[in-house]
Design a protein around this ligand. Structure first.
Ligand code: KG4
Ligand code: ZN
Length: 360
């Protein structure tokens, strides 16, 4: 089976081609430079960039895959959640292509696609579903922070999510306070490497609470007050490096400890992570250390597959088609607020996990 997928939910325009589990192409065009001047993603600009870039990105993906459109068995696209007009571009182009080719269309949930990116490995990248095992999945990016129990392939339930800012948003907003360029996460990661993570003590929000939700806006506020009271910290390189390392340590600490705790409570032997923040070197290292100590297996998405890409959408779409042949309607609309719902059929938060919101 050969599936072409599009991903346009936020600020990456991407087209991928998967054939029998192997990614033949995964072309990603990031719009970071376009949004940089505004310090965040501007939805109208994102939409225009998707419209401008999709034609050449699709042509390039097909060229890399060495096929023409007639060789496709199906077409897929991210249907939600995401920026409404940005989603619309990829979804309607994919549905139009499926209509013209007379092939099935598959609408994919963006977060569900993230759940499978840690299982794509090697060169050429291949979906290693033979190795799949039940896991607790951490999805951390600029737009989302989710903890999900994946009971089996295509069966999962959400354990927790952020009640305010996403982890990447916290990196970006605190980096902005420190005066670093957008997006702040990679810049903070680089500076933190030379800093002392123990020099400043920032709060670890919701770490003490038993549920699996996260909160990051209070951490951002405490950095703001800290800088108001200690502006001199920003005057020397050592201070900036220590501050970045200390803020990063607070974010990473919460993510690692809550993820490992959920896996242990649920008796799950494997942890996975994906989303842009999974590129963070400290998070990767700390997750590896914690999993090593607890005897848990760890699968981290490869850095190139952590951030938004159509490869993970293509892999999931092909798997769904192969497993149950289910396709979506060409009339399906985008779903900007689509929640990663219960797809287990038997999910009971009260018995599987600590009920969300119980400690709030
Ligand atoms: O997956 P992604 O491209 O999706 C969104 O657009 O949300 O993730 C982007 C986010 C940004 O917040 C960025 O600062 C963060 O991922 N990020 C990082 C690192 N690389 C990217 N955060 C911390 N350390 C990094 N190395
Ligand atoms: Zn994403």
């Amino acid at each position: 089976m050969t599936v072409l997928a599009l991903e346009t939910s936020c600020d990456e325009t991407s087209c991928a081609v998967v054939r029998d589990g192997v990614l033949r192409a995964n072309v990603v065009s990031s719009q970071v430079r376009v949004h940089e001047a505004y310090g965040g993603v501007v939805p109208e600009l994102a939409t225009r960039e998707h419209l401008k870039n999709l034609p050449w990105i699709c042509r390039e993906a097909l060229r890399q895959a060495g096929i023409g459109p007639e060789a496709l068995s199906a077409v897929a696209a991210t249907q939600g959640p995401g920026l409404p007009n940005a989603l619309l571009v990829g979804l309607k182009v994919a549905q139009g292509l499926a209509f013209v080719l007379g092939r099935p269309f598959v609408g994919i949930h963006h977060h569900e696609a993230h759940l499978y990116s840690p299982w794509i490995t090697g060169e050429p990248p291949r979906a290693d579903f033979e190795a799949f095992e039940p896991n607790v999945a951490l999805i951390v990016s600029g737009g989302h922070t989710l903890l999900v129990q994946v009971e089996a392939e295509l069966r999962h339930g959400v354990l927790g999510s952020t009640v305010d800012d996403a982890a990447g948003e916290c990196f970006d907003k605190t980096a902005k306070l420190i005066g670093l360029p957008y997006p702040g996460g990679p810049a903070m990661d680089a500076l933190a490497a030379a800093g002392d993570p123990g020099r400043f003590d920032f709060p670890r929000p919701m770490l003490a609470e038993a549920h699996d939700d996260f909160s990051f806006s209070g951490l951002k506020t405490s950095v703001r007050y800290f800088l108001r009271d200690h502006p001199e910290i920003l005057r020397d390189r050592r201070g900036v490096a220590d501050l970045c390392a200390s803020v990063q340590a607070a974010i990473v600490d919460v993510l690692v400890r809550k993820t490992v705790r959920a896996a242990r409570r649920l008796g799950v032997g494997c942890i996975t992570a994906s989303g842009g923040v999974t590129c963070n070197r400290s998070l990767r290292r700390r997750l590896a250390e914690a999993c090593g100590e607890q005897g848990l297996r760890l699968r981290l998405a490869e850095p190139a597959l952590c951030t938004d890409n159509a490869g993970m959408v293509a892999v999931l779409a092909e798997r769904k088609l192969a497993r149950d042949g289910a396709s979506s309607s060409l009339d399906d609309e985008m779903r900007p607020g689509w929640e990663l719902g219960d797809q287990t059929g038997s999910w009971d938060k009260n018995t599987r996990g600590t009920p969300r919101g119980s400690g709030k």
